[in-house]
Design a protein around this ligand. Structure first.
Ligand code: ZN
Length: 405
């Protein structure tokens, strides 16, 4: 038993993924003995309807000087954030606005405001990515956001017209302090707009690889309505996104400040009919994960026995959950190809599969490639026509385990 991070009700995990390393903890063999693991157990709170991990790794293990993930490296994501920013500017900003982004990373979103001369501030805990943002002329501070910081920002720069975040909120265990800070920071008619992987998609697709150390929570409209409601904020719109394998963009304001769209009621109704608010659904999800694991492992073992060469495509943080939960190591997957230089030459967290440069894949195609970056399947499959022409086949595991050729 432990306490819900949102409403403090006693809750019990419905599923254990076992001992898990950090999703992004790619490492060299000399560091295997120091590798960090935690028990990754998931729980659902009946009262506030929040899906959560019952243990969080130490913060300093996760965000540090060498935080590897630079948002700006993806052209696709750059376009996504440009559209996100345009939505905010067109629909919600008035004269001389001030925009704050939590987890501004290398400035991929705020750049769109900075380029238009809009007053902005990024709050980013990792210094290496914040430094990259500053070089692009984006104003940011290296801090963790909470109530105290919100008060400090209001004193120095005034209240904000918009508070933004993308793939950040679900990482933060101490959300009450953050939401309290948002309520303080936000102008009376200001808006909050943030997006994160959506629990409904994870359930529908059995995409359990969305669950890893950095994702303390998987949100639904129902749980967000509860959490923000505690601090006098309410959902005014929800917009489903295809990014990250299915995300939800939540728009909130101070209660009563703005009209609530029909989309909010529709989404809350959908979640009820889909039983996202009931414990029994989580046991079903657990069974779906177990079946997916059995099928994937059986397929890889079968290919191995046939003497086929199998590689992985995309050494994502998400792949860490798959590899460790399924117990897949270098005996079943020869290597994983990835274009990120900082990962190349290292080994995957926990499973210790070598990460090799993309040229390795391109120069000597394996018989099968497990598509760990499945959320970019369309782009990747279009780009890798030659792999298929060479006789190569894709292995996907979302929404179900299958071979594609
Ligand atoms: Zn709760």
């Amino acid at each position: 038993m432990c306490r819900c991070l949102i409403c403090e009700t006693q809750i019990k995990s419905f599923m254990s993924f076992g001992r898990m390393p950090l999703g992004n903890g790619f490492l060299a063999p000399e560091n295997y003995s120091k590798e960090y693991f935690f028990d990754m157990d998931a729980a659902f709170c009946e009262k506030c309807k929040m899906f959560q991990l019952t243990q969080q790794p130490d913060e300093e293990q996760m965000f540090h000087e060498n935080y590897a993930f630079f948002s700006g490296t993806s052209v696709f994501m750059a376009k996504h954030f440009q559209e996100f920013a345009e939505d905010v500017i067109k629909n919600y900003l008035q004269s001389d606005p001030f925009v704050v982004e939590l987890g501004s990373n290398d400035g991929i979103m705020l750049k769109n405001f900075a380029d238009r001369g809009i007053r902005h501030l990024g709050v980013e805990p990792s210094n290496n990515v914040a430094e990259a943002a500053r070089k692009k002329g984006i104003e940011c501070i290296t801090e963790f956001f909470n109530e105290d910081l919100a008060e400090k920002i209001v004193k120095e720069k005034g209240q904000a017209d918009a508070f933004l975040a993308a793939n950040v909120m679900c990482h933060i265990p101490y959300l009450h302090s953050v939401v309290k800070g948002i309520a303080t920071l936000l102008k009376p008619n200001g808006i909050v707009m943030f997006e994160d992987p959506y629990l409904g998609d994870v359930f529908q697709k059995t995409s359990y690889d969305q669950i890893y150390d950095e994702h303390t929570f998987l949100f639904s409209a129902t749980s967000i309505q509860y959490l923000f409601g505690v601090h006098g904020l309410e959902l005014i719109d929800v917009i489903h996104q295809e990014t990250h394998g299915g995300s939800m963009r939540y728009v909130l304001s101070h209660k009563g400040a703005r009209a609530v769209s029909d989309g909010v009621k529709n989404q809350l109704d959908f979640e009820k009919s889909f039983k996202l608010d009931q414990s029994a659904s989580y046991l079903q999800f657990k069974q779906n994960c177990e079946r997916s694991r059995e099928e994937l492992v059986a397929l890889l073992k079968d290919l191995k026995s046939q003497g086929k060469r199998v590689a992985g495509y995309g050494a994502t943080s998400k792949s860490t959950t798959i590899l460790n939960y399924c117990g897949i190591g270098p005996d079943l997957i020869e290597y994983i190809s990835d274009t990120t230089p900082i990962k190349q030459g290292k080994y995957t967290p926990g499973a210790h599969i070598p990460v090799k440069p993309y040229d390795e894949f391109k120069g000597n195609y394996p018989d099968y490639a497990v598509l760990f970056a499945w959320n970019h399947a369309k782009e990747i499959m279009a780009k890798e026509q030659d792999f298929l022409h060479s006789g190569g086949k894709w292995i996907v595991f979302v929404p179900k385990v299958e071979v594609l050729d």
